[in-house]
Ligand binder design. Structure first.
Ligand SMILES: CC(=O)SCCNC(=O)CCNC(=O)[C@H](O)C(C)(C)COP(=O)(O)OP(=O)(O)OC[C@H]1O[C@@H](n2cnc3c(N)ncnc32)[C@H](O)[C@@H]1OP(=O)(O)O
Ligand SMILES: CC(C)C(=O)C(=O)O
Ligand SMILES: [Mg+2]
Length: 529
């Protein structure tokens, strides 16, 4: 049955509204605060992604929060998603939300009030009757400032079902247009979700006039499962965040819910406005803004979400990707699946990588290179494209190393500025470099740049001990970036600074090889002349 909503007009019964709370609940995660400019960039990305509602903040929380909500409301003054601001069930919070939201074309006042016995008694210090009255008066006040009002029963999933029904009924009578039942502490299981929403739908008069909403936290890792269960039980708005950020263990991850709906249309025959191809981009934007990457194995947007390392899987994917991929990487914004070469890789993947890198090798050559690759993979966690290039071109690359480290001396100590002096051979020519730095490694890298000027970004510097004990070799990895191309260099030595210099020079040589390889033909011939 279709439903009429003040912000969306007539909605089909199978339409799912995506309410994004990355900028409000997401920002409540420690360390995830965003400034105004960052919030505006995120809001723009969320609109492009196709979310229906952006919860822009908690207007009364601070002048900065007010300004963010107001600026996002201004951004969507003509069209765009509904802009929401959260507040407690008191006049000051509601009026502050209303004020901040004024410029938005479509605005939602979101009011939260706890309904569980524990929260009412301990936190609010209110009786159930007081909470019921406050529900009515706060929603009625909200409706004076917007015809789109969402009422949330904080800790709703742990509330007494009869009392929850009474509160929801009061909120609907007072004019709420969306009723949200949060699993505030991530305690529920999917069956609980289904029971809560079925119960409300069966028992509360007027429930058919409002949109039911689920807001699930991930304390037991069930936020997405609970959200899907809620949808199956009649919920038509889901509240989620990009990368699943949010209070404590976070909220249901938007990308996971969206792809569950898309991939399992057979079981979940619902529609929504999410442009799934923009999921990765939005996720990466958030990671860049907050400085927190998702873990590699994160569904949908993790680095490994479409990566296959083991030979049998790689062989299967090469024959037909659907053997090991339930959705295409392109459908969420990855450009291609990436076969990550490692010690479990087989010949099929290795040959495929070689051909992707532009090498055609005969069987004998393949076997030789494959043997060397396995040796390398035993020593390295991941074998990057550059490693494969170096491996196959081994002799050529070594003979053609354009930069060689000849000598290095570093003076450092307590109260002295570290100073590195080194000698390089660059294309057969002797060059000296001398520089200071914030530490011995920094001074060494500065000296390399002085002897051989170049502009690259240092993306990673990592030191590992090859074995235990004080005589252990240090194995240093240096990752450099130039024009979006990454290379890793490795160096090992019992002296960490020497290992660092070797790793940097190694990476530099790979970069030079890469530059030549990607240069147009006429430049390549000039370079090799
Ligand atoms: C589940 C959720 O995510 S809810 C949203 C959580 N987000 C935030 O709290 C972020 C923004 N919060 C803030 O900036 C501040 O907490 C403010 C500005 C809202 C309030 O600050 P303060 O006035 O200093 O109050 P404080 O945070 O110490 O305590 C909260 C007060 O609100 C009351 N309260 C809590 N929830 C509600 C509610 N839903 N409706 C009405 N009052 C509430 C508490 O009982 C407490 O009142 P008391 O001081 O009389 O005991
Ligand atoms: C404000 C509400 C919706 C909330 O974030 C929660 O209960 O988790
Ligand atoms: Mg929450």
């Amino acid at each position: 049955m279709a439903i009429h909503h003040p912000s969306f007009g007539t909605l089909d019964d199978n339409r799912i509204i995506f309410f994004d709370t990355t900028l409000r609940d997401g920002e409540q995660s420690p360390g995830f605060s965003m400034n105004l400019e960052e919030k505006l960039r995120m809001a723009e990305a969320l609109a492009e992604l196709g979310v229906d509602v952006i919860e822009a903040g908690f207007a009364i929380a601070s002048p900065g929060d007010f300004e963010s909500v107001q600026s996002i409301a201004r951004k969507f003054a003509k069209d765009g998603p509904v802009v929401a601001s959260l507040g407690r069930a008191n006049p000051a919070d509601i009026l502050r939300s209303a004020e901040a939201l004024k410029p938005a074309a479509r605005k939602r006042i979101h009011i939260v009030l706890a309904t569980s016995e524990l929260h009412m008694r301990v936190k609010l210090r209110m009786s159930p009757e007081e909470v019921l009255d406050l529900t009515t008066s706060s929603v009625a006040l909200g409706r004076q400032h917007s015809d789109d009002v969402e009422w949330s029963a904080e800790d709703g999933s742990r509330s007494d079902p009869d009392f929850l029904c009474r509160c929801v009924e009061a909120a609907i009578k007072a004019g709420a247009t969306t009723i949200n039942i949060p699993d505030t502490v991530g305690y529920s299981m999917p069956e609980d979700m289904a029971r809560i929403f079925r119960d409300l739908r069966n028992r509360v008069p007027g429930i058919e006039k409002v949109i039911l909403s689920a807001h699930n936290h991930n304390d037991l890792g069930m936020a997405v499962a609970n959200t899907v269960a809620a949808i199956q039980a009649g919920v038509r708005q889901i509240e989620s965040t990009i990368n699943g950020i949010g209070e404590r263990a976070g909220n249901a991850s938007l990308e996971e819910v969206a792809m569950a709906l898309r991939t399992r249309r057979d079981a979940l025959p619902y529609t929504n406005n999410i442009v799934s191809q923009k999921l990765l981009k939005t996720s990466k934007l958030l990671a860049t803004i907050t400085g927190f990457d998702v873990q590699p194995n994160k569904a949908i947007v993790g680095r490994n979400a479409f990566a296959h390392e083991s030979g049998i899987h790689q062989d299967g994917v090469l024959k037909d990707a659907s053997t090991y991929e339930i959705m295409t990487p392109e459908s969420v914004g990855w450009t291609k699946n990436s076969l990550v070469l490692g010690k479990h890789s087989g010949r099929a993947a290795f040959r495929d990588k070689l051909s992707a890198l532009g090498y055609t090798v005969g069987d004998n050559q393949l076997n030789d290179a494959f043997r060397r690759f396995k040796d390398l993979a035993d020593r390295k966690k991941v074998v990057y494209d550059e490693d494969v290039v170096a491996l196959v071109d081994d002799e050529v690359v070594r003979a053609n190393d354009r930069v060689k480290l000849l000598a290095l001396t570093v003076a450092t100590g307590l109260g002295t500025k570290p100073m590195a002096t080194l000698a390089l051979e660059v294309d057969g020519e002797h060059r000296d470099g001398m520089a200071s730095g914030d530490g011995a490694v920094d001074a060494t890298f500065n000296a390399i740049r002085q002897a051989f000027p170049h502009e690259v970004a240092l993306k990673l510097y990592a030191v590992q001990s090859v074995t235990g004990g004080t005589d252990a070799q240090a194995r240093v990895t240096v990752r450099l970036e130039e024009d979006g191309k990454l290379v890793d260099g490795q160096g090992a030595d019992t002296d960490t600074i020497v290992a660092s210099a070797r790793a940097y020079v190694h990476a530099l040589n790979k970069l030079l090889v890469k530059r030549e390889r990607t240069a147009p033909a006429e430049i390549q011939s000039a370079l090799s002349a």
